[in-house]
Design a protein around this ligand. Sequence first.
Ligand code: ZN
Length: 231
Amino acid sequence: MRRNISKLTLLRCSNCGSDLRGLSTDVIFYCSECGRCWISGERLSPVSIEFVRMGDSDSVFLPFWKIDASVNIRNRISRKKSSASGVGRFREFTGTERGLTESDAGSKKDRFIFPAFSTNLVLSTGVRMHSENFLPEKTEHGKRFSVIGGSVGRDDAVLLTRAVAVGVEVNRADYLASVDLDIEVHAAGIYAIGCTPEKNVLKINGSEIGILYAAINDSDEIIKQNQDFSD
Ligand SMILES: [Zn+2]
């Protein structure tokens, strides 16, 4: 099973002592011997992992963050499409101005899922996964699988969650003028989601979403490592 590949970083599982496989930029490490998942920092900390949408034999598991958070919207202002003509004149928003409505202030619980691997499409992918209401059909038994490429740590994941939450607001059907929100993370875990390598994209199994290889750092290496493991 072990291969001599220079890009692999070797750490040891704090639970069973097995080697943890990952790329040199990885911070998320899955132990395929005992099924624990770790995030490296000053030391290895445990993080929950679930395997979903295994797919067929071509599939590889890529790591995604699954963040449960409260989204606290302090202020959200939308406008009617027809009110765009007021541009250029300074006007103070009073809440009663024609065409502008203030709405939806308050807190709501929500789940955000977005890539934990390095891609410059992380926000748009997160917004699309949110609008798809992405849920697993069932979780798979994870031992003996490989999950390579998780380079987005927990702190960055929290920042990205807020960015995705803003993206979700922008993406709604009204015409957003401004939104001010913050988030409070209640739980952060990893979804290892089956993805199928296609011609130009890595397709998320059971989804319409494909992520361009060109947008994924180390896409060749991530897919190769994960496929090698399942051979
Ligand atoms: Zn282990």
